[in-house]
Ligand binder design. Structure first.
Ligand code: MG
Length: 395
């Protein structure tokens, strides 16, 4: 069995359902036996997703075409060592490697008639705990920038009523006029600190005492601001504060984490085992959040999880992509010993996203059944596929 063709499929959905920036890049790997697999790059938001499509084709042409799709370890190591740029890092090269790797695992599962978590040696678990993520964009069919504390309270109540026992919210991201907040670095103003307090108090009030809250900062803050936020909410029973600051070297993050009265979760902009190791050694991440579409794929995410396990650190995959990204994360989370909780992003509720695949992956009462269909078990909607831009390389 060998790989005969590698395709990139792109879906430009920016502006739909209130999502500002949303561009999916999928890899589809074809074989000479008629079986194909799908993977996804974890760059749908932010700037630069389009750069990953050509990288998938370049890596695929040189290191994957003509090889056996079961050789995931050998192919991964070749991409790492022989592409020159993967020895340095970054989302484009590791995002492309991630999409290829997931597609190869999908092929393996489809050929063997097993879901990926079974190939990784795990029982099918009981449904996974998951949380309602990014409540500052509301919890419903459209993404809306929430401003008033009462709106944060109402979004939290909606998530609670759907059965979630954990939510995540960024109390700084949206400014008083409803735009994305600017000037979040450095010391925060008294008004910003009051806003954080009011929004987080409202969320806690809406949820009651028995539901967990993750406070998201998206690396917008610097160490000083993150510590002001942590101090402002320390009595509200916050489970984790996420991404207190940037990852351009561990020093700022480590200082924030060591001084914070709230435990720290982070890692969605780190790549490979080597990226996570300095933070684990510094003991400044209490939960890691590898994105399976960015860290190097399923093969690498499993290694990162086991590395964290040796430090007694739990895992929550970062998930902000299409339903395929959800499927990939669930297979990974089902297969690791230190899974904590699954992220269900508010974007995963939107029709523009759900319509991409025939399978609609949604939790029930805050718990996610791990799919048991072969491979990743996902089927692109023919309607959605028709409107995607496709490029490819063949043997
Ligand atoms: Mg995050």
């Amino acid at each position: 069995m060998k790989v005969t063709k590698i395709e990139v499929l792109e879906a430009e959905l920016s502006g739909q359902d209130g999502i500002a920036s949303w561009h999916h890049v999928f890899a589809r790997v074809h074989t000479d036996e008629g079986v194909s697999g799908l993977g996804e790059v974890g760059m749908a938001y932010g700037t630069g997703a389009r750069a990953s499509g050509p990288m998938i084709l370049a890596l695929g042409e040189r290191f994957v075409l003509g090889h056996n799709p079961f050789s995931t370890e050998s192919i991964w190591e070749r991409m790492l060592r022989k592409s020159f740029w993967a020895e340095g890092g970054g989302p484009v090269v590791f995002g492309a490697m991630s999409a290829i790797d997931a597609a190869l695992w999908d092929i393996k599962g489809r050929v063997l008639g097993q879901p990926v978590h079974r190939l990784l040696g795990a029982d099918t678990p009981t449904p996974l705990r998951c949380y309602a993520s990014q409540l500052q964009f509301d919890w419903g069919k459209k993404s809306v920038n929430l401003v008033d504390a009462t709106q944060y309270r109402e979004a939290a109540i909606r998530a609670r009523e759907e059965g979630y026992d954990c939510v995540k919210v960024d109390p700084l991201m949206i400014a008083g006029d409803g735009s994305r907040a600017a000037k979040l670095r450095g010391i925060l103003t008294p008004e910003q600190r009051r806003t954080v307090r009011a929004r987080m108090e409202a969320v806690r009030d809406g949820l009651g005492p028995d539901i967990d809250i993750i406070l998201e900062l998206h690396s917008f803050t610097s160490t000083a601001g993150a510590l002001q936020v942590a101090d402002a909410v320390a009595d509200l029973g916050i489970l984790f504060m996420e991404e207190p600051t940037h990852y351009n070297g561990p020093r700022a993050h480590n200082r924030a984490a060591r001084k914070s009265p709230v435990a720290i979760a982070a890692g969605e902009r780190l790549y490979t085992r080597w990226g996570f190791l300095p933070y684990l050694e510094a003991e400044t991440m209490d939960m890691i959040q590898p994105d399976v579409g960015l860290v190097g794929g399923i093969s690498e995410a499993v290694k990162i999880a086991h590395l964290a396990h040796t430090f007694d650190v739990g895992v929550q995959a970062h998930v902000c992509g299409s339903p395929l990204a959800t499927a990939i994360a669930l297979q990974f989370e089902a297969a690791i010993p230190n899974f904590e909780i699954h992220e269900h992003h508010t974007y995963a509720l939107k029709a523009c996203n759900r319509d991409l695949f025939l399978e609609d992956l949604q939790p029930k009462a805050g718990r996610f059944n791990v799919p048991t269909a072969p491979g990743l078990g996902m089927t692109l909607s023919p309607d959605a596929e028709r409107s995607m831009v496709k490029t490819f390389v063949t043997a």
